[in-house]
Structures are given as C-alpha cells and as structure tokens.
Design a protein around this ligand. Sequence first.
Ligand code: DHB
Length: 507
Amino acid sequence: PALPLPPLSGEAAEVLTALAGANMASLAFDPSSYTDETLVVNGKPVAFRAYRNIPYAALPKDAERQRMSIFIPAAYLTGGTINGYTAKTAPIFLPNGVGGYMPGEIQEPSERSRMTGAPNASLIALSRGLVVAAPAIRGRTDKDASGSYIGKAPSLVVDYKAAVQYLRYNAARLPAGNTDRIIANGTSAGGALSALLGATGGSADYADALAEIGAAGGRDDIYAASCYCPITDLDHADMAYEWIFAGVNDYHQSAKGSMPPAAGAASSGNTAVNRPLNAPAEGAAAPMTEEQSTASARLKELYPAYLNSLGLKDASGSPMLLNPDGTGSFAEYVKALYQASAQSALDRKADLGGADWFTVRDGKAANVDLTKYAAWATRLKAAPAFDKLDRSSGENDVFGTTANVPRHFTDFARRYDPAHGDLAPDADIRRMNPLGYIGTAGVKTAPHFRIRHGAKDRDTALAVPAVLALRLQNAGIDVDFAVPWGQGHGGDYDLDELFNWIDRICK
Ligand code: DHB
C-alpha cells in the first residue's frame, strides 16, 4: 500500500520517499527467479533449485551485503520426500559464513569446503533433505557509500535475525521448508552468532535495529543452534583465558593479522592451514611482555568471582564453583570434559599428539592436569586475549565506532589502557553476549543446542563454551556438548554427526 505523502521539503521528504520506495512488498519472496543445479556427494547427484541474492532487509545499510540465497532440494518441487522429510516438514539449515567478526559470505553449496576440503555443510544439508537459507552478514569492516562503518556490534546478529524474519514472513511463499525448524550453524565468531541467534529469540533489545534496516518483523526465534568453537562471552573471555593459560608465557599469535587458509586445505586438527577464514594468524612463539604477564596474573585472579556469580549447576544439580586459587568443582567439570575427549581418543586408538596431561591405566584416561594441558596446547594469544590494552584485536574493532575507532568492552582493559580508550556502549556489549538472554523473560531461547570445541582449540578457553552449555542446560535447554579429540580451532568437521543430531531433534 502506498504511503500518503504530504508535501514536505528537504530531508524529511527524502526520508519518506526512501521509506515508501522500500515498502515491505520488496520483501516478498519471488518464486520465479531461480536456477536448477546439481552437485555430487559421495558419487551421488544432489539436485536443487537455487534462489540467489535475495534482499532480506527493505532498508539495507549495505544493499549488496544484506542478501541471502535459498536452496531447495529438487525432490520437494515434485511432491517427493528425502530422508523422511517433505516440502512441509523439511528443516531449514541457516549457516553463516562469519569468521573473525568480519563480513560473512553466503554459504553456497560446494563440493569442497574451504575449511575441510570435503563437501560443505550447505551441500550435505541438501543431500539430507534440508532446505538451506544462507545469508551474507555485515561485519566489522563494512562501510556504506558515505564511508560510515555499518557492520559493527550488534549489526551481525541483527542481520542474522532479519534473515529469520524474512523466512517466516515468506513461509507461505517458499516452495519448501518448515520455519518452525530453523537451525543456525556457524564456526568461531560465526559459532558465537549462531549461539546469539539461538539465545535471544524475540528479545526487544534488537527491535529498533531491526526496524532501522527494514526487517520483515515478526518472530526471529529459532529451533536449534549448532555452534562450533564459539568465540563468545567476549566481556569475560579474557579472565577465562588466563584461568587456564596464566603461567604459559609464550604466545603464538602473529602480529600480521588474519591469514586466509590455503585453498583446498583438507587436513583436520590444530594446523594453521585449516584455521577458519579471518581467524587470528598463527606465528612463531614470542614471550609476553611484562605488561601482558601482569595482566595475565590479574585476570586469572578475577575469574573465580565471575564464574561463581553465574550460579551454575551441573546436570545433577551440584553447584559449579571456583576457589580463589582457581581450583574447585568447575575446574573438575572442565577436567572431565578433557578426560572424556582423551578417553574417546584412547577408545579409537587415535594419535595422542604427545599429550602428557593425563594418565592412562588399563585403557582409561584419568588425572587430568590443567597446568600440563595448557603447556601442551600452547597459548595462542597474549593477555588480555580479546580486549587488548591498545585496542588492537578484531573484537576491539567489532565494538568500534561508525568512524572505525576501536573500543574496549571490559572495564579491566579500559582501566589498564594507558590511553584509557573508550568503552563501547553497554547496550552493544550486552547484545553481543548470549549469556544475558538465555531463559530470561520475554525471550524464546532455542530448545536445542549443539556445541563443539576442539580439545586443542585455544582461540578461546574451553571454560567459555562450557559456561554457555551449563547456562543453557540450567535453563532447561537440551544441550549436546562435546570436546572432539584431534580438533583445533575449526568447524564442520563432523557433518554426519551434525546432521544425525538434526534428524534426532526434528523427527
Ligand atoms: C575467530 C577467532 C578468534 O581467535 C577470535 O578472537 C575471533 C574470531 C574466528 O575464527 O572467527
């Protein structure tokens, strides 16, 4: 419907004209624009219809970026079934391509994933009868035509939500897909976004930002979130990192910034080669400075009070706590996670990678030593790991201003920054942390989460996803959480298991 435009002059008229031109009609899914394609998985053809580069926001800040592609398994176009799903019941897989809090690209189905070299998650999803909706997402380096930075916090999660609203708005127009079975997937910063989307369904905190980009409105809660190595709880991750790595004085992050992986990288495990796109680069070991070592010791001391403030319990209801020296029931819980990972390696006679931080007797792993673990895993990041005192991290950048000035997101780093750089607004820090939303009033958290963090991942401390998992579990959410052996910082390395999990929760 056309807006009645009163005779206005100047800026107001321009704004109204823009709004009228971008009315919601432009968000109606167009079923006539597609291509039919086939790719191959395990020697079998996977036929699908591709609807590409659809705007999901009527008032985009970046009209090129804020688009998504939708892929429909061909069988649903002729009333067929795949893997027990029909056009009506097929879950919708919603991968994001975000890494390093950089802009995320549309996750096209591909026979060669850039992370694993094998068919990627979008293609496997199609082969297993899921609809794929893959949005591109604004990130920390995106600018508009005037040079203003429009992809800082919280725009990444706002875009992800807008994509969900678009799907629900168009539920009756889409050829297939059950919008009550939307499943997010992402790795690292993308894993954090998946967790955020899952945690914050319907929260009013994002309403203004969604309206500003002309999102379709309506529900943005999802059914499930798959989170590989989520780089999350950013405002407490520095303490968690030192809780485990304080005492390890050499770090391995290169000063050169992020490094894309080699094309066609096929190996798994903790290599620089298969690190996600835009993850901080690995470099030669370097000693921390005195300032960094001092920050490390201070942060380690602060973690127990934070952890204890969360009031977490394990599955049997026992309190998860830490003593001032960092020992305690939560430490035992983290040890048990590593022990289960080591046990899985022993059970399948996997390469133990020189691990010397647990004992083996009669084929059983025991006596996990977290100090030895930290020395074996090595420290990737100098302290503070995320909120750098000089505001030089990707996270400082994602919390930056529209003029691209990086900001702090912890009182600690701001305090010890000799220049006392600005802190990001509370509302932005809050909207980037799923922990503040899970199980709260007015929010519909996804009922299912799957979280994976490799046993040798040290881009963030295992305590971070462990706290996320406990918080979810304590709110009554179904959580499948594990620490795969032989994996470093990466994702999508166990797609058969991922899609088996999706089948279990959807059928
Ligand atoms: C990613 C990795 C990091 O170590 C980090 O701090 C932020 C993001 C990533 O791979 O997305």
